[in-house]
Design a protein around this ligand. Structure first.
Ligand code: 7GP
Length: 800
């Protein structure tokens, strides 16, 4: 382990030559990246070992965070900075004549996820390690990440494979010794012993070997290094039964081939269910194995282990742990159920009906016969119990049981098998209690609680925005870097004109960086002194990118019509991937690109109005996009965005939220006040009433602006084809505008005018940005993790 720059240089040089058998100068940037990554991983290995040993010797409880997604982003800079060796390494490389940035740019984002839920998991890993909590991640080692997005010459999204491990992954270590045998298909043979106890044997199963790859999750300025375990499916050393050999190989291969490119609709594919059981079964097995190394039995599993289910994707943990406890360790049902409930808790991330997982029981019976038996028994016992609880409402049982009409409702199973359930923002949790899970609240009044999301201030401020970090350090010292409460120390300085000026300077530098990035990526030139207004998130109807682009069209039409009407220079940036099967979302992407092509090339308006769609939104892009933005668009239909976390990142970097009262926007608003954000649109309560008499066509008829904007969707204005955007028009008019875009249009136009007005007064604007930064400490995921540890996991910190 190197201790200084001299030792680093010598070791880096030696390792490169040894690994590649040529002079250092002849190695490629990718080879240098792999060598450096391996060195950093090895550097952390002693801490990694100590963390495992100390956890065992302190007999500490540990958490396993089960998630189908971890959107980690690049690890190199974050690991170097968290370990405190960034300066040694970058200066050492410079002395060797090597560009650090060139090496860092070799790393591909591990795209092991879709969006919010996956990125949240990654922020949690950073915060847990940094706060000395032992929290292990459990996921799948997808060979292809979420697709890479290209935009073709028609403005359409094209998906390309994301082979993120093509050059290798220096962070992972293969742990063959911990491989697990996972069984699919086959039949269950039931027998009775002399005591009359039942025994279950899984016969004619198809075996898959789950091989773990461990990645270190390195805390900031602490010795805690946790583990993210990624499972990879390999053919087992067991002859496949009754099945074609080549088919078997390709079936196994398919399990870890790719991330399901969908974060909103459940495609109901068999393969997805296979993925879910695969990493659940392997993960549960390794938990049990680890526990039994240090404890005589599983009796105290719930005292020493907490399993967090990141949405319902890993909910099969509940029947799988029952299976292991009963079939492999001889527990009776009641005792096993008690252990499961003590151990498991569940986080809900959406109220969108189409994203609530449901599986035909037949699939489960076929693929996982023993699990199906256990689920049926859970359902049967639940019905008997719930019936007794609420005899006045016999229907309650059928509304809440996991099995309804041959379909398994995953959320219902999660609620029954967990000791705690949480929403991810205040308003979201209220909707869970009063709406989605209202029935369950009758049966379990204290089950549901709130844990407002957070983001790691290291990646999302200190590392991605060193200019702002320096300003904060110079103004309030460095206490805020270790303790999010100290963000508020900035409040004392928000009225200081010199701090305001310094902030505007930082923002300008970041806007210029962003402009250079946009130019390199798209060839578009944006004006770094214009107001940069960004909407970056998955493309979904409820997030209403459509409302944003409609407002842009309105401004364009108005300026074309009235030469005396001009807006202050305004740049609208969009970044969004659409699920590959989501036609409407793809159509919105095409619309944005067609609008951009026309407007950006119009000499009448292009000096003041610019629209750019940035292809392939990912964590790495956000690290430049967020610090360079002035305005944060958070304009979902009230009640639909569970929380949002992009809103928190923009706020932390001094952008002003332009948003609806939805998700965590509500909390942002109450922290900063209406002087420091712009809130518009119908509230949840208003929409709850409006839905009964809403007529989108009236808005079209009565508001000339809406009429003119919508007509461009069906008259070929954008690309010559009248039918191109008919689907969007139909959604708004024929299908009566599911997400109330037209209902909020007028308020949104006014909100846009308001934000432009505020932007014009530079010092008040800067003051607002500073208030936002000062209040953003609450949205540190260090705070969120503390709350999970205290309220859900009952978790103590590791003491070194
Ligand atoms: C997202 C929510 O849409 C977002 O509002 C929230 O901030 C984020 O989770 C983290 O809690 N949901 C997903 O990413 C998702 O896949 C379907 O939801 C299960």
């Amino acid at each position: 382990m190197f201790r200084n720059k001299r030792e680093f240089k010598a070791e880096f040089h030696r390792r490169l030559v040894e690994a590649y058998g040529c002079e250092m100068e002849q190695t490629s940037p990718a080879e240098k990246y792999l060598t450096l990554g391996t060195m950093v991983r090895d550097y952390a290995s002693n801490y990694w070992k100590d963390t495992k040993n100390e956890t065992a010797s302190q007999d500490l409880k540990q958490v396993y965070y089960f998630s189908m997604e971890f959107l980690l982003g690049r690890m190199l800079t974050s690991n170097l900075k968290n370990l405190g060796i960034y300066d040694i390494v970058t200066e050492g490389l410079q002395e060797l004549g090597i560009s650090y940035q060139e090496i860092a740019d070799q790393e591909n984002d591990p795209g092991l996820g879709n969006g919010g839920l996956g990125r949240l998991a990654a922020c949690f890993m950073d915060s847990a390690a940094s706060e000395n909590y032992v929290v292990n991640g459990n996921c799948i080692r997808y060979r292809a990440g979420l697709f890479r997005q290209f935009i073709n010459k028609y403005g359409e999204q094209v998906e390309m494979p994301d082979m993120w491990m093509r050059i290798g992954n220096p962070w992972e270590i293969r742990k063959l010794k911990h491989a697990v045998d996972v069984k699919f298909y086959g039949q269950i043979e039931v027998s009775y012993d002399e005591n009359g106890d039942m025994h279950f044997r899984h016969r004619h199963a198809s075996h898959v070997l789950a091989v773990p790859y461990d990645m270190p999750m390195i805390g900031a300025h602490t010795k805690t290094v946790n583990t993210l375990r990624l499972w990879s499916a390999e053919p087992a050393d067991v002859a496949p039964r009754d099945r074609d050999y080549r088919q078997y190989l390709s079936d196994v291969e398919a399990i870890c081939l790719n991330v399901y490119p969908d974060d909103s609709t459940e495609e109901g594919k068999y393969l997805r269910l296979k993925q879910e059981y695969f990493f659940v079964c392997a993960g549960v097995h390794s938990i049990v194995e680890t526990h039994l190394k240090n404890h005589p039995s599983l009796d105290n599993l719930g005292e020493k282990v907490a399993i967090q289910l990141n949405d319902t994707h890993p909910v099969l943990v509940i029947p799988e742990l029952m299976r292991v406890l009963m079939d492999e360790y001889g527990y009776a049902w009641d005792k096993a159920w008690q252990i499961v409930k003590e151990t498991v808790s569940y986080t809900n991330h959406t109220v969108m009906a189409e994203a609530l997982e449901k599986w035909p029981m037949q699939y489960i019976e076929n693929l996982l016969p023993r699990i199906a038996m256990i689920i049926s028994e859970i359902d049967r016992r639940y019905c008997a119990w719930a019936w007794q609880q609420c005899p006045d409402d016999p229907d309650l049982v059928s509304r809440t049981r996991p099995l309804r009409d041959g379909t398994l409702h995953m959320a219902a199973l999660a609620l029954i098998g967990s000791h705690a359930v949480n929403g991810v923002a205040g308003i979201h949790t209220e909707i869970l209690k009063n709406d989605l899970f209202r029935d369950q609240v009758r049966l379990y009044p204290h089950l549901i609680q709130n844990k407002t999301n957070g983001v790691t201030p290291r990646r999302w401020l200190m590392y991605c925005n060193p200019e702002l970090r320096k300003l904060l350090d110079d103004t309030i010292g460095t206490a805020w870097e270790k303790d999010y409460h100290h963000f508020e120390d900035l409040l004392k300085h928000v009225d200081d004109p010199s701090v305001q000026e310094a902030f505007l300077d930082v923002k300008q530098v970041r806007k210029e960086k962003l402009a250079a990035y946009v130019r390199d990526l798209t060839g578009e030139i944006i004006d770094p002194s214009s107001m940069i207004d960004t909407q970056a998130k998955r493309l979904h109807a409820y997030k209403r990118q459509l409302l944003n682009i409609m407002q842009v069209i309105y401004l364009y039409q108005r300026m074309k019509r009235d030469p005396s009407f001009r807006i202050a220079p305004h740049t609208y940036l969009f970044a969004a991937k659409a699920a590959s099967s989501y036609t409407f979302a793809k159509s919105v992407i095409k619309l944005i690109n067609c609008v951009a092509a026309k407007i950006n090339n119009d000499p009448d308006t292009r000096d003041v109005l610019k629209v750019v769609f940035l292809p392939n939104y990912c964590v790495t892009m956000a690290e430049t996009l967020v610090p360079g933005s002035d305005v944060s668009e958070q304009i979902s239909t009230a009640g639909k965005e569970a929380s949002g976390t992009g809103n928190m990142k923009f706020m932390m970097n001094g952008a002003i939220t332009l948003g609806t009262l939805d998700g965590a926007n509500v909390e942002i608003d109450s922290l900063v006040g209406r002087d420091n954000d712009v809130i518009f649109g119908h509230t949840v309560e208003e929409l709850n009433t409006l839905q009964y008499h809403y007529n989108a066509y009236d808005y079209y008829q009565q508001d000339g602006r809406i009429h003119d904007v919508l007509d461009t969707l069906i008259n070929g204005f954008w690309n010559g084809s009248a039918d191109e955007f008919r689907m969007i028009y139909d959604e708004l008019i024929t299908r009566n505008d599911t997400y109330f875009v037209l209902a909020d249009f007028d308020a949104y136009v006014k909100a846009q005018e308001e934000i432009a007005r505020r932007y014009a007064s530079r010092n008040t604007w800067a003051r607002s940005c500073l208030v936002n930064i000062a209040r953003s400490g609450y949205f540190s995921s260090d705070r969120t993790i503390e709350e999970y540890a205290h309220d859900i996991w009952d978790l103590q910190k590791l003491h070194f």
